[in-house]
Design a protein around this ligand. Structure first.
Ligand code: HEM
Length: 548
């Protein structure tokens, strides 16, 4: 009886498999031409997921090691009729990111749905297009200039917290995560930090939520919503989402109340008054040609963040959302919540990771740190004055260090797209329709043809003369093309002000060289061991010479 049942199941599986092979023969034939690890019948490459039991840092290291087996920088994995293709040469990445047929996020992003709903990161079609048109102008550089003093004030507050723990080894991520949430609240959302409860709790809930999504993506038995809902991970997700969505609702409540009491833009106006001198100096120095804030050779790629409509309307992100909901009925209440939740996530955890990697690298490369400090002393002398927007344009070496950090440790280590029609890559392979294409900036950025000594930390990789001839798509920490990061200029400005303020006041020390970082390719790239650093107050330069 048992034998007969097993035989019956075997026959059903074999027939179903044979049917899939026939029904999807074109897709499978194209997929089989792409190199990849050995594909077993039925389970395909699913066996690779069992490596997850060895830990997620191990999965990341293993994928990195195996990528060396594919010199054309294309590889596929498959199971049944489903195919995923990874591409990490600039030419192939360009084909995918610039193609209108590849504008849709991969199906796997559905795991974000309970968290972000149909927010900009995962939405598609006309919904995405109309929301992007509303949101992009609120991150135009002319809006961002208003934020300089708010970024600085929050950076100073962070420095005071770091001064209270000098000489102790701390996990700097815990500190910058809270600070980057506070900055986001005070700038894009226009609400004062002190109107919000516990932003640290929110920041930590986001970190844990990314880990839940990562574990789910690597555990096929949790892909089914029903089973996931019953699992411990599902329960954890529900608890974390309560904290995260509470924060969104609280932000909306406060800003709505301010608008109702006629305090719209109050924060901005108050901040203007507080920092009027710095802003006046900034305006005087403003060069209309200079939109500032570059991000490597990708600066040559113009997109909707460069359009001049940002000049006409300088509205904060959250006010733009509320105007669209209250005045124009262009957004529903739910849509506003989803976009706020999306920006709250994308806008802080990415910059927290970038700052944490940067500070750890500075702590190890003391000579590079010294050059950053020397540049800051040229800009500010020995004055404590706050930075202006113009100052941030002078921070050329610091900018190169930030970009080199984003090259080696891109906060978003994987980008994934759904390809709706067959797409021929520059390498000649054809990605079949209905495929997930994965782009790992982490591997792309370590291409020795694009970056000599690709594994070394070398800020000179971003000297203008080295960027000139490099492929535009060789460095894409913010992605590229129509779905590029809407907050990239905001991020670069925030990073420059936050990191320059820290380096002006504090020396940073770290002991672990980057080759020993245990990386976890989570939704946002992290280190398994955290980001251990020590801070020491920086001595002021003497009149006769420079102190350390
Ligand atoms: C160092 C900081 C940042 C990095 C490295 C980064 C990176 C990225 C990347 C790679 C994408 C594309 C993701 C994908 O296609 O799956 C993206 C999208 C996005 N980012 Fe960022 N980001 C950063 C900061 C920010 C900030 C500060 C904000 C907002 C304030 C933001 C908002 C967004 C949004 C809304 C999208 C979705 C855009 C769309 O699909 O139209 N990001 N980001």
């Amino acid at each position: 009886m048992v034998v007969a049942s097993v035989a019956l199941v075997g026959v059903v599986v074999a027939l179903a498999y044979a049917w899939l092979c026939v029904a999807f023969r074109e897709r499978l034939a194209l997929a089989h031409k792409i190199p990849g690890p050995y594909v077993y019948p039925v389970i395909g490459n699913l066996y690779l997921l069992w490596h997850a039991v060895r830990g997620f840092d191990w999965v990341f290291q293993e994928a990195w090691r195996r990528s060396e087996h594919y010199p054309r920088r294309v590889a596929k994995i498959m199971a049944l009729h489903r195919v995923a293709v990874a591409v990490w040469s600039p030419e192939d990445v360009e084909v995918i990111l610039s193609s209108a047929q590849c504008n849709e996020k991969a199906k796997e992003y559905r795991f974000f749905q309970p968290w972000l709903g149909d927010g900009l990161l995962i939405s598609k079609g006309d919904h995405w297009r109309s929301h992007r048109k509303l949101i992009a102008p609120t991150f135009h550089v002319h809006v961002l200039k208003q934020f300089v003093h708010l970024f600085h004030r929050n950076s100073e507050m962070l420095c005071r917290r770091l001064e209270a723990v000098t000489a102790r080894t701390i996990d700097i991520h815990d500190y910058v995560a809270e600070a980057t949430v506070d900055m986001l609240l005070e700038t894009a959302m226009g609400v004062r930090r002190d109107t919000q409860k516990n932003t640290f709790e929110y920041a930590m809930a986001v970190v844990k939520m990314c880990a839940v999504l990562h574990r789910r993506a690597l555990s096929p038995w949790l892909w089914w919503d029903f089973l996931f809902g019953l699992s411990g991970e599902g329960r954890k997700q529900r608890r974390l989402l309560d904290t995260i969505h509470d924060q969104t609702r609280e932000v909306l409540r406060v800003r709505r109340a301010e608008r109702a009491s006629g305090l719209r833009d109050a924060l901005y106006k108050r901040a203007l008054a507080e920092d009027a001198d710095a802003l006046r100096a900034d305006a005087a120095a403003r060069n209309p040609e200079e939109t500032g804030i570059s991000y490597g050779q990708s600066a040559g790629l113009r997109d909707d963040l460069d359009d001049e409509y940002g000049l006409k309307k300088r509205v904060l992100f959250l006010d733009q959302m509320l105007d669209a909901a209250d005045d124009d009925n262009a957004l529903t209440e739910k849509e506003v919540e989803e976009e706020v939740t999306t920006i709250m996530f994308e806008g802080h955890d990415t910059t927290a990771a970038a700052s944490s990697f940067f500070l750890c690298l500075m702590g190890v490369h003391r000579d590079v740190q010294q050059r950053c400090v020397a540049e800051l002393r040229e800009i500010f002398g020995d004055s404590d004055r706050p930075p202006s927007f113009q100052d941030t344009l002078e921070m050329k070496y610091l900018e190169r260090c930030i970009m080199e950090t984003l090259r080696l440790f891109p906060p978003v280590p994987l980008i994934a797209r759904h390809v709706s029609k067959n797409v021929r890559l520059a390498s000649g392979y054809v990605v079949p329709e209905s495929t997930t294409v994965v782009i790992p900036p982490f591997l792309l950025h370590r291409d020795p043809d694009m970056f000599p000594n690709a594994e070394q930390f070398d800020p000179d990789n971003f000297l203008p003369e080295r960027c000139g001839d490099r492929h535009y798509y060789a460095f894409i920490p913010f992605s590229a093309g129509p779905r590029s990061c809407v907050g990239r200029k905001y991020a670069m400005l925030k990073l420059k002000i936050l990191l320059s303020t820290i380096l002006r006041k504090l020396e940073v020390h770290a002991d672990v060289p980057e080759k020993d970082f245990k990386l976890v390719g989570d939704i946002i790239l992290k280190r398994k061991e955290g980001f251990p650093c020590r801070f020491v107050p920086r001595k002021r330069p003497s009149r006769t010479g420079m102190a350390g």
